[in-house]
Design a protein around this ligand. Structure first.
Ligand code: AMP
Length: 461
């Protein structure tokens, strides 16, 4: 291979004096956050397994068209918040703002319609919304979600809601589901007309944004956060009073199945969700005792979307799903002192004195790990005192000390950290011996000491 010459190499960039910083609305997930995230994902996986949901991962980038078509051009997360741009081939692409559209696309693309229905899928990952950053609102957010496609039965809605509710309970957060039905293509137009009539006669009292919503999507007036609009929403016509027979029967059945599973819920006629694809059941999930509960603080939400797959060009296929925000959940867990389980401490620490001992320690470390022993070291440190301090801090059961004398004798010093007893063990046998002691300790709850040998002491370099 040709050796790089000076002229091949790029000159080192000059320091600019600028320090890199996070993009606005972005967040690092630090090592201290990870145990929370791991616990949440583990709970999601456990629930998915017991309710037979299978994992799907769809790309972060999709055609912008997909979200325009599925979620609706006028939904906030598309119209105002979607990151979209032409790629290098000038195709308009988007960073996914939500998960259901991608799952629906995959359902069509991979012919999932030919599988036994419902097809139950779950996902987790990053989503992007050019939202106004504030506490708990990020531009890169993470959600997990569950989707059941291909079955119109109301019991599927109720089971899915049970998954969400049980998931939060398993994390120590009891929740209540706020639920509504927004009807379907038969009854919704009648309701929307009644709603529009109600607001039109009060047009002077609604905010500017709602005046636009009145023309484009009157349903959205119900979840406006402006105080005047909120006041008007209290007396607005309610969807449940305008449901057709099919939607009413469906809704009543969902509630009955929730009762049957003892899932706490309350009816909330304002839960319309901002996205075009919802039909019939809509719901949001709130932590019990979250006094400031507002749509801003919902842990998640979802609903039925019976027209979505067809709207995207697939065969008519019903579906229902929900998504929850991970950042918000982590925030709540922290606020409530719900600490995730601590990772298991290592059982063994390897201390060493001298360079040949350091090399041997590398081998020993590897051998112990292969036997499934949780092992720690501090190989860059020289002094045994500093190393023993680390061992103490980690709370290990045994420290193995590889000293110079021991190296020459082919032995290792094993120190029981609980009672301070030190023994000399043959280097060839130390791994088996440690495994034996640790397993014995596990089954009997205590570690049996082996007879102490004379001359067991540490020899410093
Ligand atoms: P949505 O897809 O809008 O129904 O949101 C579902 C859940 O995702 C919400 O209840 C929040 O927990 C979370 N979420 C939505 N937007 C954001 C955001 N900008 N930052 C953090 N979490 C969010």
């Amino acid at each position: 291979m040709k050796k790089p010459t000076q002229s091949d190499q790029e000159p080192a960039p000059k320091p600019t004096g600028r320090v890199p910083s996070l993009l606005r609305g972005m967040k690092d997930t630090l090592p201290t956050d990870q145990p929370f995230w791991n616990q949440i994902i583990k709970a999601v996986e456990a629930l998915a397994q017991s309710y037979r949901y299978e994992r799907i991962d769809t790309p972060i980038l999709e055609e912008a068209w997909l979200f325009n078509r599925a979620v609706g051009k006028e939904a906030d997360i598309v119209e105002k918040e979607m990151y979209q741009f032409p790629d290098r081939s000038n195709d308009l692409i988007a960073l996914r703002p939500e998960g259901t559209a991608g799952v629906a696309r995959a359902y069509i693309e991979h012919g999932f319609v030919n599988l036994p229905q419902p097809v139950r899928l779950y996902y987790s990952g990053p989503f992007f919304r050019y939202d106004r950053p504030q506490a708990g609102r990020y531009r890169q957010l993470h959600q997990f979600g569950f989707e059941a496609l291909g079955d119109p039965h109301p019991i599927i809605d109720a089971q899915l809601i049970a998954v969400a509710s049980r998931l939060f309970s398993s994390l120590g957060i009891p929740v209540t589901v706020q639920i509504n039905s927004i009807g379907d293509a038969t009854c919704r137009p009648v309701y929307v007309k009644a709603l529009a009539d109600y607001y039109r006669s009060r047009k002077n009292s609604i905010c500017e944004a709602c005046k636009k919503r009145l023309l484009r999507n009157p349903l959205r007036l119900l979840d406006c956060k402006e105080p005047d609009c909120r006041g008007l929403a209290v007396d607005a016509p309610q969807t449940v009073d305008h449901l057709c027979d099919g939607c009413r029967t469906h809704f009543v059945s969902v509630l009955e199945y929730l009762d049957e599973q003892e899932i706490p819920y309350t009816l909330n006629p304002k839960i319309v969700r901002g996205l075009d694809y919802y039909t019939r059941t809509t719901f949001e999930i709130y932590a019990d005792g979250d006094e400031a509960a507002s749509a801003q603080s919902a842990l998640g939400g979802g609903g039925r979307y019976d027209g979505l797959i067809e709207q995207l060009g697939g065969r008519p296929t019903p579906g229902v799903g929900f998504a929850c925000g991970i950042e918000r959940l982590v925030h709540l867990m922290r606020e409530r002192g719900l600490e995730p389980p601590k990772p298991l401490a290592p059982d063994v620490f390897i201390g060493q004195l001298g360079d040949s001992a350091r090399k041997l320690s590398l081998k020993l470390f590897d051998q112990l790990q292969r036997e499934g022993v949780r092992v720690a070291e501090s190989l860059s440190k020289d002094g045994i005192k500093a190393q023993l301090e680390v061992a103490d801090r980690l709370g290990v059961k045994y420290t193995l000390i590889v000293g110079q004398k021991e190296m020459m004798d082919g032995t290792i010093l094993v120190r029981d950290m609980e009672n301070g007893i030190q023994e000399v063990v043959d280097i060839q046998k130390v791994v088996t011996e440690i495994v034996k002691r640790l397993t014995r300790g596990q089954s009997s709850g205590r570690i049996e000491p082996i007879p102490s040998q004379p001359g067991a002491e540490i020899h410093a370099d």
